[in-house]
Write a protein that binds this ligand. Structure first.
Ligand SMILES: NC(=O)c1ccc[n+]([C@@H]2O[C@H](COP(=O)([O-])OP(=O)(O)OC[C@H]3O[C@@H](n4cnc5c(N)ncnc54)[C@H](O)[C@@H]3O)[C@@H](O)[C@H]2O)c1
Length: 437
């Protein structure tokens, strides 16, 4: 099949490269000329493990092309995916659909022959109706079908997730469109990833319901962690104890500094707006959002607590800036409000991240960017682990102790055991584990 992917970001580039790897002919379109020029030189605009090789192989085979020319890519395509951003709209938290609608208008002008237009971006329920209205208004009598096909990949494991999804959701009642979607995803279907066919509105809501549920699960275990600290229990054992129950499941039960990233924060907010607009308020999700917001600054108080309550004039080293490991994505990372709160309390902040340093520069200021974990720790009164990158899992404690002003470790991802830190002479704070040392 010939595929045009409109928007070559985290989702569009990974999806485009994977579809090409399945044998389809894919053209990835982006209006960002710098991004397309870099891709044509073989340089990845994002950090995603395995992406470089996947893009190189398929570009070499002639199945994956990059362009800023939307019209020619759409004209030639059987399937056109919209994978542009849908950030939170400034001011009210609604999803900003201006990129989606602009793409729909451009696509409408270029359609040629029966084409399936697929919204892969995360969009509020009813957006597919509006995309279809825009296209039909611009091209009366156009032979096309508008489908919802939300994406569930996770940054950091995006290729694996795309190629081995738990499910593929296709929202359309049009039989021709369903046939095209089945053909596009055939290799996965053969691998037994279930395709769930629904109507379009249901597919749109599945995506938001999934993300809101995941955000709820994280927030639930975070609150249990706070209680565990107060009553002398261990949240990791609680997570295991409840996660082994199949009805609950063990995933997304890691207590930490609160959820962030490019999806959960904006998608929970957008879902709340949809609920209010439809007189079906989602009280559970409202609470999840509020609890999570409060949590990020509360983590700075945890750091202060580890140092006797006072941060003024102290140097704090922060390890990990991205919202999770194996990505360079800084959008809504918990590290951002944490660092601001530390600075508000008078601390000087040194930071290090294995992949997110460049992106971080747009989000945090007045910090010292360091070249590795050990230079970051120099002169610090506390070392705070915010993102659980593999390279932070086996830090050389003796080396850290040599360069730090005080051996204090605040482990917001529970990657060390309290006894281990104590053995190395570190005062240790973590999340949801009563202080035994
Ligand atoms: N990032 C994730 O992990 C993830 C996972 C699942 C779903 N999603 C959803 O997928 C969508 C895309 O997310 P992302 O993280 O890939 O965004 P992104 O910001 O990384 O990429 C969007 C790209 O679209 C381009 N673009 C915007 N308007 C365009 C137009 N008219 N023509 C061509 N290109 C255009 C931008 O230049 C940008 O490169 C969002 O709705 C998001 O919620 C993201």
């Amino acid at each position: 099949m010939r595929v045009a992917m409109i928007g070559t970001g985290y989702v569009g580039l990974v999806s485009g490269a994977c579809f090409a790897d399945f044998g389809h002919e894919v053209t990835c379109v982006d209006k960002d000329q710098g991004k397309i020029a870099a891709l044509e030189r073989g340089e990845m605009p994002i950090y995603e493990p395995g992406l470089n090789e996947l893009v190189a192989v398929n570009a070499r085979a002639g199945r994956l092309k990059f362009t800023t020319e939307l019209a020619s890519a759409v004209k030639a395509a059987d399937a056109v995916f919209i994978a542009v951003g849908t950030p939170s709209r400034r001011g009210d938290g609604h999803a900003d659909l201006s990129f989606v609608y602009a793409a729909a208008r451009e696509i409408a002008g270029a359609l040629d022959g029966f084409t399936v237009v697929i919204t892969k971006s995360t969009v509020p329920v009813g957006t597919g109706d509006e995309v279809e209205r825009i296209i039909r208004e611009a091209r009366t009598g156009c032979d096309c079908a508008v489908v919802s096909n939300p994406e569930f990949l996770r940054e950091g494991a995006a290729i694996r997730d795309f190629k081995h999804p738990d499910r593929i959701v296709v929202g359309s009642t049009d039989q021709r469109a369903r046939a095209v979607m089945t053909e596009l995803y055939r290799p996965l279907y053969l691998n037994r990833s279930p395709i769930l066919f629904t109507d379009r509105r249901t597919a749109e809501l599945i995506k938001y319901a999934a993300n809101a549920f995941l955000a709820t699960k994280i927030t639930f275990i975070n609150e249990i962690a706070d209680l565990a600290e107060k009553v002398g229990a261990d949240v990791q054992e609680i997570a295991r104890g409840i996660g082994l129950d199949n009805r609950i499941g063990s995933k997304f039960l890691h207590a930490g500094p609160g959820f962030g990233g490019s999806c959960l924060p904006k998608d929970t907010l957008a879902l709340l707006k949809t609920g209010l607009d439809n007189a079906a308020p989602l009280r559970v999700v409202e609470t999840v959002v509020a609890v999570n917001d409060a949590r990020k600054r509360a983590m700075a108080r945890k750091v202060a607590h580890a140092l006797g309550g006072e941060l003024r004039g102290k140097t704090i080293a922060v390890l990990g800036l991205t919202f999770k490991p194996n990505t360079d994505d800084m959008r809504e990372s918990p590290s951002i409000p944490l660092i601001t709160a530390l600075q508000d309390m008078g601390a000087k902040v040194r930071v290090y991240d294995p992949a997110g340093m460049e992106q971080a520069k747009a989000h945090i200021g007045d910090v010292a960017f360091c070249r590795d974990a050990y230079s970051c720790a120099e002169g610090a009164s506390a070392l705070v682990i915010v993102t659980e990158w593999e390279q932070f899992r086996a830090l050389d404690f003796a080396r850290l102790k040599d360069v730090m002003e005080r051996p204090v470790l605040v482990d917001l991802r529970n990657i060390y055991r309290p006894e281990e830190a104590a053995r190395h002479g570190f005062a240790y704070e973590s999340v949801g584990r009563a202080r035994k040392v």
